[in-house]
Design a protein around this ligand. Structure first.
Ligand SMILES: NC(=O)c1ccc[n+]([C@@H]2O[C@H](COP(=O)([O-])OP(=O)(O)OC[C@H]3O[C@@H](n4cnc5c(N)ncnc54)[C@H](O)[C@@H]3O)[C@@H](O)[C@H]2O)c1
Length: 446
């Protein structure tokens, strides 16, 4: 019966899939699965978002995604709806990709995930594989299974398939993953997932099959590790400033060690985004629920909050009082190539400046629409990065967009009231800035 159900749930060779939640993860997954020949229905409860997506309009900025969205809409392999029951009724595989935000106590808030699981259970009519793509604490697959059993007598399998994409390179990461992790205890569901991912893993990327708990934990451990590397380098940079060393030299020296490697060793003004901060907290939380105190992650959290204050501290040191000063800000998104400002260090910096009585003139290539919703008229938004400099007492660089890397220094000098740069991303060579007449502050370098 199950084999027949699969057969019935195939279209033109591909599978019929439903993806619930069309945020950064769900939209990328839906579009990429459609691109590989499946028939995909994407569901979101946000009516305006679904309307825009149906018209081929992107609700987010993610390089390369719009073109794939339009192509697959045109080929009719991809549709969008707010009606979950109809979307999942005929799907062989249903992906849950809704948000798991930080709850009040630091734990991941699973309300959306469990709510969607119950809705799926009520709608399925035959064997369905339900896959958790959202980042969820260990034990959630089991909670989903129980929640669904209460709602349906139909057969289903629950699979954990954490997503490792990076915003800003999400399409590439999804199409050419380093690995695909599948947590499942049902060989039929595993075979289906392997078939689904086969087009993305041709170039030797392994599909790793494991139990659900290990799959769920792998995602948190990966994010916690990356957040810890950044944090470690931030602390090394803070020491560099005190002892007169240059963190760039130190970074290259340690990164050349093959056991360490070069990536994720750039110091800055703290990590942000929708994942690292909440996942670091959630991992501490579910570890502590088992009686284990994850001390290192507590420190990561603490250092990261401190790091977000570093640039303002340098400004206070330079100006004395910030009241009445105007600061230009280059970069608002939490990292380049995204418009996402969730937990962005720019927010902490701008709020601190406004609180101290300073004015802010900001520019970002993609995140201005989002920033306007956050700050309203409290911040002046410029049309270009140079526009933000006009009459400002100094410039703070917050996000390392490529277009900020080789600026016209003479033009910058002519626009700024005082040629001072607070560089939170170490974009420039200190000696060069000095030579061009700038007072230049960066992270971990003198
Ligand atoms: N953003 C990333 O880079 C990334 C990477 C890997 C994993 N993740 C994880 O994936 C999950 C989703 O992250 P995201 O950044 O895509 O989130 P997001 O907030 O951008 O999108 C979530 C979407 O789900 C929709 N939604 C919420 N409840 C719903 C419901 N009941 N029915 C239908 N739609 C609903 C929302 O309207 C929203 O569009 C999270 O658990 C996150 O931790 C995110």
């Amino acid at each position: 019966m199950i084999a027949f159900a699969f057969f019935a749930k195939r279209d033109r060779g591909g599978m019929r899939l439903a993806v619930i939640g069309t945020g950064y993860v769900g939209l990328v997954a839906g579009v990429c699965f459609a691109e590989s020949g499946n028939d995909v229905v994407c569901v979101d409860k946000d009516v305006a978002k679904v309307r825009a997506l149906k018209a081929g309009k992107m609700p987010i900025y993610e390089p390369g995604l719009e073109e794939l969205l339009r192509r697959n809409l045109g080929e009719k392999r991809l549709t969008f709806t707010t009606a979950l029951p109809a979307a999942v009724k005929d799907a062989a595989v249903v992906f849950i990709a809704v948000g798991t935000p930080e709850g009040e106590d630091g734990a991941a808030d699973l309300r959306h995930v469990l709510d969607v699981a119950r809705q799926i259970a009520r709608a399925i009519t035959s064997y369905t594989v339900v896959v958790t793509k959202s980042t969820v604490p260990v034990g959630t697959s089991e909670r989903i299974r129980l929640a669904m059993h209460r709602e349906t007598k139909r057969p289903f399998s629950v699979v954990s398939n954490p997503e490792f994409l990076k915003q800003g390179a999400a399409v590439d990461d999804f199409m050419k993953p380093d690995r695909v992790v599948i947590g499942a205890d049902d060989s039929g569901a595993v075979a289906l997932m392997q078939e689904l991912y086969a087009p993305f893993t041709r170039t030797d990327a392994p599909i790793m099959v494991m139990d659900c708990a290990s799959a769920e934990l792998s995602k948190y451990a990966a994010n916690a590790m990356l957040a810890s590397r950044i944090t470690f380098m931030n602390e090394v940079a803070n020491v560099c400033e005190r002892v007169g060393a240059d963190v760039d030299h130190v970074r290259r020296a340690i990164g050349s060690d093959r056991r360490i490697g070069m990536s994720f060793l750039f110091p800055g003004i703290g990590f942000g985004g929708s994942c690292f901060p909440k996942d670091v907290k959630a991992m501490q939380r579910f570890a502590s629920e088992t009686g284990y105190d994850f001390k290192m992650l507590r420190a990561v959290d603490e250092v990261n909050s401190y790091q977000k204050t570093r640039l303002v501290a340098k400004m206070r040191e330079h100006y004395g009082r910030l009241k009445g000063k105007t600061l230009a800000i280059w970069g608002l998104s939490f990292k380049p190539k995204t418009d996402d400002m969730r937990e962005a260090p720019s927010i902490a910096l701008i709020e601190a400046l406004l609180k101290a009585g300073a004015r802010v003139q900001a520019y970002d290539p993609e995140a201005m629409r989002v920033a306007r919703r956050i700050f309203g008229s409290r911040v002046t938004f410029a049309d270009t990065n140079y526009g933000a400099l006009k009459g400002a007492d100094g410039l703070a660089i917050v996000t390392e967009w490529n277009e900020f890397r080789r600026p016209d220094l003479a033009r910058m000098k002519s626009l700024l009231k005082e040629p001072v740069v607070f560089d939170g991303r170490n974009l420039f060579v200190p000696a060069n800035m000095k030579q061009h007449g700038f007072t230049y502050y960066s992270i971990g370098r003198s």
